[in-house]
Design a protein around this ligand. Structure first.
Ligand code: NCD
Length: 308
């Protein structure tokens, strides 16, 4: 039985295979429409979500399966004090696969250790978000055609942004990748990402504070929201929240083929005037999330694709 806690749980070959399966699903959805007939996906969300939960549910429904679950801690027995370990033991009796989101780092891992079914980490606190990374990779692959030789700018809340941590982990496995990390001093990537991930793997990176200084030579700009829910006090959040606003003027400094990605939800960090720029691909990115999650469910359930 396999779980997905981090993008590194899939080798590069497995990741590429999964992305090509997602590509085939996009082209031939009818081929997969009954691949999960009779199977159930549980979505256990202890934190708010729109895209991740609904795209997981859409993915399972597109495969012919069904979905059950809860969308807040308040509406589950967590409100009565039940542990994640006990909850997953029980969910294992009701469903075939589970996607879990939790505010605590490591919660999905704890669940996987007690689970009788594959567990997918749909975001654990400020730690990892591997299915967003698969979505980001599919977006880059579909719209750029390759993962190597890219200069990638990550901008915003690089400290608490779990999508950023997972994406860096996944991308360093491709050749000639370079990162430009754009954040205020207080929201720099955690030091373990710098030392154990980037430096340990000899991946070139620069840290900058001004987006204007960085944007000009990027191939990809990955914008992120300041993660209000992870701040210790509201004052710090208010000080940081509008630190970056990507607008038309800044887009003028960017290459004509630079792509703007964002895991969404957006707050103020991308002005809505940028939405019409052909380089703004965040809504397409959200759509790709369904195909990768379909591919992931098929893979973790071990569905025999030759029989479809
Ligand atoms: C992200 C998350 O939950 O980490 N959202 C998502 O899953 N698309 C990003 C965010 O909330 O800022």
């Amino acid at each position: 039985m396999r779980h997905l806690m981090s993008p590194l749980d899939l080798s590069v070959a497995e990741t590429n295979e999964l992305l090509s399966l997602a590509g085939d699903i996009e082209k031939h959805p009818e081929k997969y429409a009954h691949a999960c007939d009779g199977k159930k996906l549980a979505t256990c969300f202890y934190e708010p979500s729109t895209r991740t939960r609904l795209s997981f549910e859409a993915a399972m429904l597109n495969l012919g399966g069904s979905v059950l679950g809860f969308h807040s801690a308040d509406s589950s027995s967590a409100a009565k004090g039940e542990s994640v370990s006990d909850t997953i033991r029980v969910i294992s009796c009701y469903a075939d696969i589970c996607a879990i989101r939790h505010p605590k780092e490591g919660a999905a891992l704890v669940a996987s250790q007690k689970s009788g079914i594959p567990v997918i980490n749909a975001g654990d606190g400020g730690h990892q978000h591997p299915t967003q990374t698969l979505t980001d990779l599919l977006t880059i692959y579909n719209l750029k055609g390759h993962f190597d030789h890219l200069k990638i700018g990550l901008c915003g809340d690089l400290k608490f942004g779990r999508t950023v941590h997972s994406l860096i982990n996944a991308l360093i496995r491709y050749p000639d990748i370079e990162f430009v990390l754009v954040s205020p001093e207080e929201l720099r990537v955690p030091s373990y990402i710098r030392t154990d991930v980037l430096e340990a793997n000899h991946v070139p990176y620069r840290e900058m504070e001004k987006l204007e200084d960085a944007i000009g030579d990027l191939d990809i700009l990955y914008m992120t929201r300041v993660q209000r829910e992870r701040f210790f006090n509201e004052e710090d959040y208010v000080r940081m929240k509008d630190f970056y606003i990507l607008d038309k003027e800044k887009m003028r400094l960017a290459k004509p083929d630079m792509l703007v990605l964002h895991p969404l939800p957006r707050v103020n960090e991308i002005s809505i005037e940028v939405d019409d720029d052909p380089r703004a691909v965040y809504f397409k990115q959200a759509k790709y999330g369904v195909y990768v999650r379909m591919a992931l469910i098929l893979t973790l359930l071990g569905i025999n694709l030759n029989k479809l």
